[in-house]
Design a protein around this ligand. Structure first.
Ligand code: SME
Length: 156
């Protein structure tokens, strides 16, 4: 079985191929969601929230893979997603039941990571991943997903 590092090596290489082969931003984001969902077994919902250019400090749901969510718009500061947008920091939550500012998408979700996409230091979007396992994501996921988000920042 490949290690998580090896899996992410493949993910990074395939992300670059997707970027080479496609021009449309949402097509690229959808393919990245599908890639992460297919390679990382513990990822149960993978999607992007995008800073809505037409609204003040509000996220709008973009491409995703997984169950539909009620949270199609989230204000900056609300939930894990809104806090990541507000602080520009990655949120790695091992146990969502212990998080006090959390918006539940499904009763099955146990852990979550939200990684901001920054363009010239400004928040433009974020990658949100939910898992049905406690502490499914660790520092390796964080580092690799931050690297991936840096690769796609120019799309916004
Ligand atoms: N759990 C997130 C909401 C988005 S869903 O996970 C898809 C939050 O607390 O912001």
């Amino acid at each position: 079985m490949p290690s998580k590092e090896e899996i992410f090596q493949e993910v990074q290489a395939q992300t670059e191929q997707i970027l080479d082969q496609h021009d449309d931003r949402d097509t690229i984001l959808q393919k990245i969601c599908e890639l992460l969902d297919s390679k990382l077994e513990t990822y149960d919902w993978t999607g992007f929230y995008i800073a809505d250019p037409e609204a003040d400090r509000e996220l709008v749901l973009g491409p995703f893979v997984g169950e539909p969510t009620d949270h199609t718009r989230i204000k900056f500061g609300e939930g894990i997603c809104g806090q990541a947008a507000d602080t520009l920091e990655t949120f790695l939550v091992d146990d969502v039941s212990k998080a006090d500012n959390y918006l539940s998408c499904s009763i099955h979700v146990k852990s979550e990571i939200v990684v901001p996409v920054l363009k010239d230091g400004e928040f433009v979007a974020e990658l949100d991943i939910d898992s049905h396992q406690i502490a499914a994501m660790d520092e390796t996921d964080q580092q690799e997903l931050e690297k991936l988000c840096a690769k796609i920042a120019h799309l916004f």
